[in-house]
Structure formats: C-alpha cells, structure tokens
Design a protein around this ligand. Structure first.
Ligand SMILES: Cc1cc2nc3c(=O)[nH]c(=O)nc-3n(C[C@H](O)[C@H](O)[C@H](O)COP(=O)(O)O)c2cc1C
Length: 317
C-alpha cells in the first residue's frame, strides 16, 4: 500500500507514518526496523545511547532493511559532538534533531546527503529553521508525550499555524496526539505531510520498555496524563505518585531547589528499564487514552494506513 505525500516523497517511504523517536522505547533496532520494513519511517532515539550501542543499532537496522530510517538526536545531550561524528561516519539517511539550532549540524549532514528534519514548537522557531535550510519540520503540540511545548498549544492549532506561516516552503510532520488512521487523516487535512506516532508505538512487543510501563499506557485514559516540571524540562507523563508529588510542590509554590530535586529524583529510565511504575517518569501522551491494544509494530503501521483510507473514503463531500 502507498499513500503519497510531500513527506513520503522527501523521505522515500511508502506511508506518511513516522514512529517518533522515544528514549528507551526506540533506543534499539527492533522497533524502528519493524516500522521501516512496513513502509513507515522508523526512528532510533539516540538520546540515552552510548556510541557503541548506537553504532550497533544502526548496523542492525541496515542489515535488516534497505529502506530509510532516522536517528533522533537531542542536541543538548552529553557527548553530542561525538554522537554527531558517529552519525556522519555512518551516513545515516535521515537525521531528526531536537532541542537546539540547525547550525550545529546542518552543513556537514547536507554535504553527505542526509535528509535533515528539525523538531520545532512554534511558528517563529519553524521559520528560523526553514531559513537555515532544513529539509522538513516536525511540529510538536501540547498533547505530546515526552517534552511538549511549555505553552501547551494543541497540535490542532500549532500545526495549522506553522503550515500557514511556512506557505508551502517545506514539508511538515505533525506530532502529538496521533494514535490511529483518523489521526493521520486529521494531520493531512491540517496541511501536514505525515503524522508522528509516539505513544501508539509504546504498546508493541518491540518497544524497549518494561511490560508494566506498556500496561500503564494501555490502562491510561485520555485525562490520565499530567504536565510537571515547568521551567526545568517539563514532561507529560501518566499520573503516578511521582507526578502527584510534583503537583503538590508546584501548587504550594515550593522553593525551586525542592522542585528540581523532586524532578531529578525520578527518571524515565526507572520506568522504562526497571519497570518502576510508582517512582519513575511514565512519559506518554494524551493519546495513551486512545491506545487500547498491543500489536507488533508492523501491524500497527498497516492498521493505521487501512483505517486512514476507510476514514477518508467515509468523509462527506
Ligand atoms: C517515552 C517517550 C520518550 C520520548 N523521547 C524523546 C526523545 O528522546 N527525543 C525527542 O525528540 N522526543 C522524544 N519524545 C517525544 C516524541 O518524539 C513525540 O514528539 C511524541 O511522542 C508525540 O506525541 P504522542 O506520544 O502523543 O504520539 C518522547 C516521547 C515519549 C512518549
């Protein structure tokens, strides 16, 4: 099956479905490999990976498919320069950079033919990245799991604002809140050329997170996530004793040092690797409330594409 858009043409993929870069969940080869093989774009999340593990994951992906894949690179991470050198040496087909400016990487990756996508959270940011010469933008709205924009402008509004501001200058991928074919249809209707699916792909056997974390995603309703840690790298996560502690401190306007200490005491790794559902950061989007079954990632890609066609065919004219 093929659904052609500005983004599938840019990336050389069959379907306008991206699996979002997610620390731990996609810090491996298995999840991105399954998605790329199924015709979407699989994304390795380099954020928490040591260089050797990242190099191995890239090699495993290449051994498993000729299709394109991406590496997501948070530019703030420790050792970012070493990782950028590795990604350049590996000539990754697509680079998705978040949390920083394109100057840091663009010239050298364009020179080797890497397609460069930049993650943005507002129109001004989007126009700046477009002026610098990135190939496409991923627009992340307030529904998103992980780090949504501080103002929490919804994906519905933010995607439209960025698409309008860009006036067709470059392809846009909408991110945050998408979980099924109807979501994909909505993203394309807004003027995006693809949707980025994060939380949806957490409920897969290939996601590199503890089973208890996957179960928490499946059990969560649409109103069960919280945004905590404003001003210190705010996250959206499923409500648990950690988010309750943060909310108490924030509502009481506790000293910043106390809030920072509580925020740093819990990590995504505790949830993802140790399965610490009470103490860890259970990062997930509002879309967790739309995710109610665990399926192999390739089947999710096919399900989204099939449902998309049914939705589009059913729209009134
Ligand atoms: C568990 C988790 C980890 C994430 N890690 C990263 C990351 O390492 N880098 C990044 O740019 N975005 C990260 N994100 C954000 C996603 O790339 C994406 O924007 C978000 O999941 C979209 O919202 P959705 O979950 O509703 O699909 C993460 C999201 C989640 C849920």
């Amino acid at each position: 099956m093929k659904i052609e858009t500005s983004v599938t043409r840019l990336l050389g993929i069959d379907l306008p479905i991206l699996q979002a870069g997610m620390s731990w969940a996609s810090s491996n080869a298995a999840l991105p490999l399954a998605v790329s093989r199924a015709g979407g774009l699989g994304v390795i999340a380099a954020g928490p990976m040591y260089p050797e593990a990242l190099a191995r994951a890239i090699d495993d992906l290449r051994a498993g498919t000729d299709r394109p894949f991406a590496v997501n690179m948070p530019l703030y991470r420790k050792g970012a320069d070493e990782i950028l050198d590795l990604l350049e040496a590996k000539r990754v087909p697509v680079l998705i950079a978040s949390q920083g400016g394109p100057d840091r990487y663009l010239t050298r990756f364009k020179a080797i033919g890497t397609t460069c996508l930049h993650v943005v959270a507002g129109e001004a940011h989007a126009l700046k990245a477009a002026d610098k010469g990135v190939d496409g933008l991923i627009v992340v709205g307030g529904e998103a799991g992980g780090h949504p924009p501080e103002q929490l402008v919804s994906t519905l509004v933010l995607t439209r604002a960025v698409v309008r501001a860009l006036r067709g200058r470059l392809p846009v991928i909408a991110s945050g809140g998408f979980a099924d074919g109807a979501g994909l249809a909505a993203a394309l209707a807004l003027g995006a050329g693809a949707a980025n699916f994060g939380t949806r792909f957490m409920a897969t056997p290939e996601a590199g997170i503890a089973d208890s974390y996957k179960q928490a995603v499946l059990a969560a309703g649409i109103a069960d996530t919280r945004t905590v840690g404003r001003g210190m790298g705010m996250i959206r996560a499923i409500a648990n004793p950690f988010t309750e502690r943060m909310e108490r401190l924030e509502q009481a306007a506790a000293p910043e040092a106390d809030r920072r200490a509580a925020f740093a005491a819990a990590t995504l790794k505790m949830a993802a690797l140790d399965g610490d559902i009470a103490g860890g950061k259970l990062e997930a989007g509002q879309s967790a409330g739309l995710v109610d079954h665990l399926l192999p990632a390739a089947e999710i890609v096919r399900e989204i594409a099939r449902d998309y066609l049914a939705v589009v065919n059913g729209l009134p004219r």
